[in-house]
Ligand binder design. Structure first.
Ligand SMILES: *Cc1c(COP(=O)(O)O)cnc(C)c1O
Length: 390
């Protein structure tokens, strides 16, 4: 037996454990301090009423002989695939049912999709970004190149024709920066991918946070993307499903074999999302569900606005917040990410996330999130303004 040595090439991430350690130490030494956490990368509002009702109903169905369900279709029940199809149609994208695959979340699918690609493929990943893209490819032994996101390009890197890549990751709106591509920019990526004969793996986990209807919510709003892209989406951030688990992946049939290969992969290695959860997910797409999740998203977006308005007042460079729960800022006074983390914690009792934890280009930057309560966000920003307003 030989183990997969690629695992030893993974970089250990100390980001969240170091944050927890520093915050705990501070709390122990300062028991009366009111620490406000704006580093949360998870939703905090509960599931909406439409979802809770659907869960109750589905649980009751499972308790009756006549409506009990065992194994379902691995790729998801048609009732939920229909809901996803109609949702895409509402932003101008026509899908066929068998292009839609229901999953237990985007993270699993983003990792599992790599089963379909050869080990020799070269991977292009933006830096900074959600760490899953890099780590899943390292586990598989692939070479990873980085597309530099920085202040100069507004943290939206554009394709470089000199770089040859086979698998291209795009996350828009982005985690951690909150930056979102417009249609022209995404069109350039589609054009580049086609020239390279590459595939784009498009992570749309934050599409619901897009405020401006001219910005694309799906890469399939871009002409030609059907021939070069797979899209991953999730109800985690949009409907508070981080603990309930449901997402969907779109593999267009115009990609040729890949659609059938993904079906084969899923039917072989996956046995579907629980019926109860799929009913809950379908409720998200009803009129009532959409109205209710919108209220929650707007709550987070108001927090984001409170944060970005404060940064504006303090003249601190930032992106994100408008189409995203994340605000990405340049640390004041040229501090490093961790220096700023320590200053915020020790002087203002605010916890955020050092940008350097998301990639080399994150050094000197910092992520704040809008997933806290409104009261806490307001209080934190009052402290912030006092300290950094010039
Ligand atoms: C949170 C998040 C996801 C969602 O993952 P799930 O497995 O569906 O919870 C996907 N991509 C990014 C960039 C995220 O931040």
């Amino acid at each position: 037996m030989k183990i997969n040595e690629n695992y030893s090439k993974l970089e250990q991430s100390y980001l969240f454990s170091t944050i927890a350690k520093k915050v705990n130490e501070f709390a122990q030494n300062n028991p009366d301090a009111k620490i406000i956490r704006l580093g949360i990368g998870d939703v905090t509002l509960p599931l909406c009423n439409a979802v809770i009702q659907a869960l109750h109903n589905a649980v009751d169905e499972m308790g009756q002989q006549a409506t009990f369900r065992g194994y379902g279709p691995e790729q998801g029940y048609d009732f939920l695939r229909e809901s996803v199809k109609n949702y895409y149609k509402s932003h101008g994208v026509d899908l066929e049912l068998d292009e839609i695959f229901i999953s237990d979340g985007a993270k699993s699918d983003l990792g599992n999709i790599l089963d379909l690609f050869d080990k020799e493929n070269v991977v292009l990943v933006p830096d900074p970004v959600y760490p899953v893209y890099v780590d899943t490819n390292i586990m598989a032994g692939r070479k990873v190149l980085f597309a530099n996101a920085n202040k100069e390009n507004g943290f939206l890197p554009m394709p470089d024709k000199a770089v040859k890549a086979d698998i291209i990751y795009i996350c828009s709106p982005n985690n951690p920066t909150g930056a979102a591509y417009n249609k022209e920019q995404l069109s350039e990526w589609v054009k580049y991918a086609k020239e390279q004969n590459a595939i784009i793996l498009y992570d749309a986990a934050y599409e619901c946070f897009i405020s401006d209807n001219s910005l694309p919510r799906s890469i399939f709003e871009i002409e030609g993307a059907n021939d070069c892209a797979i899209e991953f989406c999730s109800l985690s951030k949009t409907a508070g499903f981080t603990g309930t688990r449901c997402g969907y992946t779109i593999v267009p049939k115009s990609l040729g074999k890949l659609n059938q290969m993904w079906l084969r992969r899923q039917t072989t290695k996956f046995n579907g999302v629980p019926y109860i959860v799929q009913r809950a997910a379908a409720a998200v797409f009803t009129e009532e569900g959409q109205k209710e999740i919108r209220e929650n998203i707007n709550y987070y977006k108001e927090n984001a606005k409170i944060i970005s308005d404060t940064l504006e007042k303090c003249n601190i460079w930032h992106v994100g917040g408008k189409h995203s729960p994340y605000i990405w800022l340049k640390c004041p006074n040229n501090m490093t990410s961790w220096e700023f983390f320590d200053e915020l914690l020790n002087k203002l009792q605010i916890v955020g996330t050092p940008g350097s934890g998301f990639g080399q280009n994150g050094e000197g930057f910092f992520r704040l999130t809008s997933f806290g309560s409104k009261e806490n966000t307001i209080e934190a920003m009052k402290r912030f303004e006092k300290a950094y307003m010039k």
